[in-house]
Design a protein around this ligand. Structure first.
Ligand code: ZN
Length: 445
């Protein structure tokens, strides 16, 4: 629950301090609370929560911290949030995310689920890598009586390893494709296969598509023989592999270095060599605010995303003078949480100091949009609702990080602090070693 006036929230049975209600965290039974009708508003005086005496003792007995209580304006109604979702809104997808068993991420995960691999093929190859294919050896293990023989070559017992790496048709296909990429085609696992081609990003991308294409079409080739009869069709297999490579070539965005060896590889697959899109030189500046407006440059930093995180806010006036620099440790958080947290911290500090005309700037497009459109993470949303009507002027803007580096230094400083620990320096602290001058032009690398 987010607490406003406290009228709707049951003191004992609702989860308003943390993820659990007091009833659950103290393991009370229904009977224990018979006749207890207290609401959260009963522990409030003039809209302020007053937790003291035996109630505070009880709360401290649980693992819940009073600092976890999220408040909104004291005249507003309390409202429920769904903790499974960042924005606090319930959805079936977020509920599933909370209860599902997360499998371990595997090394090839980020190779397969990329847009240069068609999702249908990605799904098929994922099953093959997991060993979920109904090969004869697996059927035998399930107790189905059959003679295990590879239907492609009729030479060996059928196992998935044989089909993909060892079978005559497989060896031929791997050898052919690897030759066209200028590498040696002897490998016997997906990880080995994925790694064998070095070269530029484009060539590696095409090779990954080829590996997936080969595995998927070998499996389909086998199924066609088993279920429809007929023989292994080499021409069809090669065509399928080409199809996968062409698909990857169409959707991928360059990464071609222009070397003649790579040009050669592209030519062999009938693909046009192209020069990588020229990166535009982007220029940006740090603009000072108008007179009487305070500019707050904000940044968040998370070591590891998510990881040990911090936020930084730099307050400057229309002359570019430093009024205040804040750095704060926020514990374990994602980059996005740190970015939103930094903006929120800057706004709250401004209110505290009576700076009611502000211009907030951050290099996080997502965080700026969240504030501008009011679609914030629920904890931040509650804090923002508390103060947003106080401002006389409040502008949000995005700038490139190349013109937001003093806040970046503050955020990194924050990430080295413990949860809740903060540094607040009037003027410009000595550890801000570089800062944005209004006349300077910065270039995005
Ligand atoms: Zn075989």
């Amino acid at each position: 629950m987010v607490i406003g006036n406290g009228h709707k929230t049951d003191l004992w049975r609702d989860a308003w301090i943390d993820d659990e209600s007091l009833k659950d965290s103290l393991q009370l039974q229904k009977a224990d609370l018979k006749g207890c009708r207290a609401k959260v508003c009963d522990v409030m005086i003039n809209g302020q929560m007053v937790l003291e005496g035996s109630l505070l003792d009880i709360i401290e007995e649980t693992d819940q911290g009073v600092h976890n209580i999220v408040r909104t304006h004291h005249e507003d109604e309390d409202y429920m949030v769904w903790r499974g979702d960042e924005k606090g809104k319930f959805s079936v997808a977020s509920a599933y995310e909370v209860i599902r068993q997360k499998g371990q991420k595997v090394a090839w995960h980020n190779i397969i689920w990329k847009n240069h691999i068609h999702p249908t093929s990605a799904g098929s190859v994922w099953k093959l890598i997991q060993g979920c294919a109904a090969t004869n050896d697996r059927l035998q293990k399930m107790g189905i009586q059959l003679a295990s023989q590879c239907q492609v070559c009729h030479e060996r017992a059928e196992t998935l390893d044989h089909l993909l790496w060892d079978c005559r048709a497989a060896k031929q296909l791997w050898g052919w494709a690897a030759r066209e990429f200028g590498v040696n085609g002897s490998f016997s696992s997906f990880m080995q296969a994925f790694k064998v081609v070095k070269h530029s990003l484009l060539i590696r991308t095409l090779w990954q598509a080829a590996v997936v294409g080969i595995a998927v079409s070998l499996w389909r080739n086998r199924n066609k023989i088993v279920f429809d009869g007929g023989r292994s069709n080499e021409a069809w297999l090669k065509m399928e592999v080409r199809r996968h490579i062409c698909f990857a070539d169409r959707v991928t965005k360059g990464g071609f270095t222009g070397s003649s060896r790579e040009e050669d590889i592209l030519a062999r697959w009938g693909l046009a060599a192209r020069v990588e899109e020229l990166k535009l030189r982007k220029e940006c500046k740090w603009y000072p605010p108008e007179a009487l407006v305070i500019k707050i440059n904000c940044d968040g930093a998370s070591k590891g995303n998510p990881g040990q995180a911090g936020l930084g806010c730099v307050f400057r006036d229309c002359h570019g003078f430093f009024l205040l620099v804040k750095a704060k440790g926020i514990g374990f958080a994602t980059n996005y949480e740190a970015e939103c947290g930094a903006i929120m911290e800057g706004l709250e500090e401004a209110v505290k100091r009576g700076w009611l005309k502000v211009w907030v700037e951050s290099d996080s497009t997502a965080a700026i949009q969240a504030f501008a459109h009011g679609s914030l993470p629920w904890r931040i949303a509650a804090r923002w609702k508390l103060i947003n009507s106080i401002f006389q002027f409040c502008l949000f803007s995005h700038n490139l990080r190349e013109a937001n580096f003093s806040a970046d230094q503050a955020a990194k400083k924050g990430a080295s602090l413990n949860l809740g620990e903060e540094l607040s320096e009037e003027g410009k602290p000595p550890w801000i070693v570089r800062w944005e001058n209004p006349d300077q032009v910065f270039v995005k690398a």
